[in-house]
Design a protein around this ligand. Structure first.
Ligand code: RB5
Length: 156
């Protein structure tokens, strides 16, 4: 059960970040904000992507939420940290399945792509889903094998 989450953003996503943070705190989650709160100054998304990913990979939080304009740059940054499976989702179905099948540990979306109510639904579905394991564990192991060895032993 994810209870403590890190949230990060760039200058594009400050309002959405604040609204989501309040929403999730209202539901009992502890939210650690590592993103920018300075709307007047451009802020490089990779910094927040890295910070949230580091905290998740180090076990300081149970999961992470990342928001930039599209969710793309910030998710790419997070996915460069070993152990991170960050998925960009613009709707709840993919968010839910990203946990159930891919064991995502960070969810990302774009403040220029979706509205805040959709973002809340995405977070709800993601946070309430559980990794199913089984055949999905084998596939997640393959993802991590690619990360760890830059290779994949292809099964017969
Ligand atoms: C910032 O203009 C924008 O590039 C950023 O928020 C994000 O969309 C990048 O992927």
């Amino acid at each position: 059960m994810m209870k403590k989450l890190a949230i990060g953003n760039d200058h594009v996503a400050i309002d959405m970040k604040n609204e989501l943070k309040a929403y999730l705190e209202g539901k009992g989650y502890e939210i650690v904000n590592v993103g920018t709160d300075v709307a007047s100054k451009s802020f490089d998304y990779a910094i927040s992507g890295y910070k949230v990913a580091r905290m998740v990979a180090d076990g300081e939080v149970d999961g992470g939420i990342l928001i930039c304009g599209t969710g793309v740059g910030i998710s790419l940054s997070a996915n460069k940290v070993n152990g991170i499976r960050c998925c960009v989702c613009s709707e709840p179905y993919s968010a839910k399945l990203s946990k159930m099948h891919n064991n995502s540990n960070i969810i990302a979306f774009g403040a220029r792509v979706i509205g805040v109510e959709m973002a809340k639904m995405i977070c709800d579905e993601w946070l309430n889903a559980e990794f199913e394991g089984g055949r999905h564990q084998r596939r997640v192991n393959q993802i991590m094998e690619i990360q760890d060895t830059q290779n994949l032993v292809i099964p017969e």
